[in-house]
Write a protein that binds this ligand. Sequence first.
Ligand SMILES: [Zn+2]
Length: 455
Amino acid sequence: MQENKTNSSGNKPANQNVQNTKNSVKPQQKKPNPNRQNRKRKSAKNQASVLEGNEKWQKDMAFAIEANHKIHKERLEKFNLINNKTNAKVRITPLGGLGEIGGNITVIETDTTAIVVDVGMSFPTDDMHGVDILIPDFTYLRQIKKKIKAIVITHAHEDHIGAVAYLFKEMQFPIYATPLPLGMLSNKFEEHGLKQYRKLFRPVQKRKVYQIGDIKVEWMHITHSIIDASSLAITTEAGTIIHTGDFKIDHTPIDGYVTDLNRFAEYGEKGVSCLLSDSTNSHKEGITRSESTVGKTFDYIFSKSKGRVIMSTFSSNIHRVYQAISYGLKYGRKVCVIGRSMERNLFTAIDLGYIDLDKSIFIDPHEVNKHNDKEVLIVTTGSQGETMAALYRMATDEHRHIKIKPSDQIIISAKAIPGNEGSVSKVLNFLIKSGANVAYQDFSEIHVSGHAAQE
Ligand SMILES: [Zn+2]
């Protein structure tokens, strides 16, 4: 109602003004084309009314424009929200993972409390003969041992949890993490004879703030190439630090649990002093495609495959394995999981309720040959060309139960991690020589990254 009133009172003088201005600017020197004049008159009628003036609504418009400029400025320039008056300090010390892939470990420290974010391992390069894994240098942790109140885990990738067991052989602290990383750590502790330290596990809930010494930590859900990944909001008296952990922004993740952008926004509203961000893929333009796009490629390849399908990916990418299994089931195949780490990760995820698969669909490697080739899907490790992994052993005829056949359809659903290109092409050569059909990067969506591009 009010709107109509304003329009009707505002329209008349406004139209007149427009006409007058036009007349004064363009005196009728030439004889106008009558059609053209009609057009002009029509468009003049459709024009917005004059916006400046002394009527109440016009003054309100000017006020709103001014106010909105201020609001934009305030919401985009959050520096004012940071408390610069405090003398409190927070020290951030990356002991690994900065400017390198793998070995992530960062110490966040106030005067009285230190927390260690992630304790990851990294992988040796080809020239480090006899070295299986690399662990970070714990010297600084030894120095501040008394101050350390907790290990805080973002997600369950090896380069974030792979060195926890090695640290625990020397010193132990409570470990705060969501259930999947703790489930995977539980397996590791068992392997390393550290079962007694599982009592130090502190399973956390997302969207809840935990007080650790004088530091507050909240786990915020984020999407990545592993289930149950988190970013951290770490609040100290000196201010809030957002530690993104590894992430991509996947709007259609397999489990439907999209990134909790609302929580990020809430911290943003309050003011953040420091952002520590995943930088993998940050040089890449565009967006990183959703994990669910890989499913369509799987569907296409599975629909064309006449023999066995052998799919290899990272053992920790449980949603990728789950997608392959779903299409295997769609095309009437039984599933054989080969590779210790993949088997362990998949069944840990099933046991903890992250994915729902009936265990009767699985067959053991020695049962594969009892089934028709068309009824078999093998999911396996070795997508990085690791010589100890199942795929390599199958490709080189060293696997006890599985030999590659020309009728096999191999899918390498991964990309070589920098440094692994040589070993990946080596295993590809073996597979191709055996006559099998190999799909690797033939489809743009045979693999998608777990890290956000510039978007
Ligand atoms: Zn990761």
